[in-house]
Design a protein around this ligand. Structure first.
Ligand code: BES
Ligand code: ZN
Ligand code: ZN
Length: 488
């Protein structure tokens, strides 16, 4: 379309940096004045915005330049950051309606063949859909904020279907992420294991392809999940073993894909009590579980041709006279005994039993997602999730998916030398190693309990939530997992 003729309160135009000067992403007939501004005032830094009113030649009331950074460095992150700038700008200036030309095929992709229109549209639509999310559940006074009501697009005739589908996909992923964020943000006195169980049942009510099953303490005892139960021992809250099962309308001969989530609704550390500083953050220790819910929701919205199962082991980790004590030995569902040297290394205990449990689904692939170790934050900060896998192709597929979705992950090692650190004098293994390479030792622990399937473990302790002013759940790694699924 001719962007000069677009009548809108705000027209967003992406501009790349080019040497000292910026350049309009599309060569506009009347761009001399804009180029002048760019030269003098606007640096086109990634995510920066610059507003101009009544620009000659433009039918739009305001033209807002959005910095896209350097063209050579353009990638999915730049695309997402630039779209974030659009929605942030609209929020800040209470702009109710606007047109974005950021996703300009010609300008964006001519020098970046590695980025497809489809993947870029998914990322952009996803960002636009969730970016104005505000947590409001536990406020009396709900802060005023813009929410996206309607979202349209225009493109060339031949791309119409592709773009339409990609927008629907992006929106579905955003809805999944919103569920993940919402659950992650809720405090542990509301978001209990029972609450998560009810959330699963709600998903089953909403989507006819999803069935939910919620097992309580008695049933978990019957399954002999001694490792899971040892974490729940100190909690008066009822634990829950939750299964969400998505079955496609058309029967598929493929083996199911299974996601397993750590659902510790509050991790006090148990008898190995955590330090008081930042302990509130441990309400986020169920973000693995929340991302499993997010994925199942997005899967049901998009529709897949194979069975996809989510299993969540949910409990609090609390100190009490019933709680597991350091040195206690428990028997896992697999029959292996575990000496619990530190009750704060609880995620791996419940995941151990969950990984044994899911073997009954005869899965092709099992991916567990967990806020498992603080050591992964030392290794990868809040930038990448850590991926450990017994299958190189699976690890690579997850890392690639992270790249496509701008929800990145880094491949980490899994080998026998880490497993050796878990030797115990009193049980088949201990639940902690010697204090170094904590994330790899935790992964090596999990591997002892897997069945005969391809398996990956994603440690999201560093990426599941944002710190600082932005404190709250991030919705990661739902987008990564969906990009992986869309590639299957
Ligand atoms: N939930 C924590 C890991 C965590 C820490 C997540 C910080 C997010 C932010 C986990 O249960 C834990 O406490 N892990 C211990 C293991 C240690 C005792 C071997 C850790 O990482 O310190
Ligand atoms: Zn812990
Ligand atoms: Zn934990």
């Amino acid at each position: 379309a001719d962007i000069l003729k677009i009548k809108t309160p705000a027209l967003f135009v992406g501009v790349f940096k080019e040497g000292k000067h910026g350049v309009i992403s599309k060569d506009l007939p009347n761009s001399a004045e804009i180029k002048n501004i760019i030269r003098k005032e606007f640096r086109c830094g990634l995510g920066d915005a610059y507003m101009m009113r009544d620009v000659p030649g433009f039918a739009a009331e305001k033209v807002v330049l959005i910095g896209m950074g350097e063209e050579d460095k353009f990638d999915m992150k730049a695309l997402e950051d630039a779209h974030c700038a659009v929605t942030c700008f609209m929020e800040e200036y209470s702009i109710k309606e606007g047109v974005s030309t950021l996703l300009d095929e010609e300008a964006l992709f001519k020098n970046h063949e590695e980025i497809t229109l489809k993947d870029a549209t998914i990322v952009a639509a996803r960002k636009v859909h969730y970016s104005n999310y505000k947590y409001t559940s536990t406020f009396k006074e709900i802060p005023d904020h813009n929410v996206l009501k309607k979202f349209g697009f225009t493109t060339s005739k031949e791309n119409t279907k592709l773009v339409k589908d990609a927008i629907a996909t992006g929106k579905a992923i955003a809805d999944g992420m919103l569920l993940t964020m919402q659950l992650g943000d809720l405090p542990s006195n509301i978001c209990t294991p029972t609450y998560l169980g009810n959330c699963a049942k709600d998903l089953a009510k909403e989507y006819k392809e999803i069935k939910a099953e919620v097992l309580g303490r008695k049933q978990i005892e019957s399954l002999k999940m001694g490792a899971f139960l040892s974490v729940a021992a100190g909690a008066s809250e009822e634990p829950a073993l939750i299964t969400l099962r998505y079955t496609p309308t058309k029967k598929s001969s493929k083996k199911p894909l299974v996601f397993v989530g750590k659902g510790v609704t509050f991790d006090s550390g148990g008898i190995s009590l955590k330090n008081k500083s930042g302990m509130d953050e441990m309400k986020f220790d169920m973000c693995g579980a929340a991302s499993v819910f997010g994925v199942l929701k997005a899967v049901a919205e998009i529709g897949f041709d194979r069975e996809i199962i989510g299993v969540v082991a949910a409990t609090e980790n609390m100190p009490s006279s019933y709680a597991t004590k350091p040195g206690d030995v428990v028997t896992s569902m697999s029959g292996k005994t575990i000496e619990i040297l530190n009750t704060d290394a609880e995620g791996r205990l419940l995941l151990a039993d969950a990984l044994t449990y899911v073997d009954k689904f005869n899965p092709e692939v099992v991916i567990d997602i967990a806020t498992l170790t603080s050591a992964i934050i030392q290794a990868l900060g809040h930038v990448h999730a850590g991926v450990f896998s017994n299958d190189e192709d699976l690890a690579d597929a997850l890392v690639d998916a992270g790249e496509i979705a701008n929800d990145t992950a880094w491949k980490m090692p899994l080998d026998e030398q880490f497993a050796e650190k878990l030797k115990s004098n009193f049980a088949d293994c201990a639940n902690i190693g010697c204090g170094v390479a904590g994330s790899a030792v935790a992964a090596a622990f999990l591997e002892k309990f897997i069945g005969d399937y391809k398996w990956a473990h994603i440690d999201i302790a560093g990426v599941a939530w944002n710190r600082g002013d932005n404190k709250g759940a991030s919705g990661r790694p739902v987008a990564l997992l969906m990009a992986y699924l869309l590639n299957q």
